[in-house]
Design a binder for this molecule. Sequence first.
Ligand SMILES: [Mg+2]
Length: 213
Amino acid sequence: MKIKGLIFDLDGVIVSTEINHFDAWSAIAEQLSIEFNEADNEKIKGLSRSDSLDVICDLGSIQLTYYEKLEYLELKNKMYLDSIQSLNKDDLLPGVLHLLKQAKKKDLKLALGSSSKNAKYILQKLFITDYFDVIIDGNDVESPKPDPEVFLKGAEGMGLNVEDIVVFEDAESGILAAQTGGFYTVAVGNRKLKNCADECIDHLGEFLLKNYE
Ligand SMILES: [Mg+2]
């Protein structure tokens, strides 16, 4: 395979704010008197904020009104944003910056494909916004992962065919989305995905562009 473009998921691939999400969702679950643990958290990884809240409410067999739901979504986001304020380039996961730089040198197109509505804010905090030709985030898509829309829009923005693009993902919903879209998939930092992704690595530092020329 000769790679022409790379699409990166954000959380769990470029930076890890999983713990920040988990803490915020735990606080919400507690307010709703719903038990929520690390195993439950696996079920919402990669999902949109709204879908995540639905999963948590299902765990407690609770039904919120439309307005209650909006309130909890806003509160969760506020707690999360407060907790990631101090994010900076030291928080980049291993190998990220090196791979971005190498890819730019080789004139590859780079895109972000994230479900997060805070993706642009986080990229700014990490000082890596300028590396990306295309940024597709939770504000740009109608159908969240595992629908391939976020990645297909990334490919379209880069002007490339899906078969020339590698997608890096840490969540099952994201790998499924990329596979459905016809992309080459690399699971990052999640060995449980080794049977469903084309490749599985611990971090981006293990991905060598020279093997795909
Ligand atoms: Mg992720």
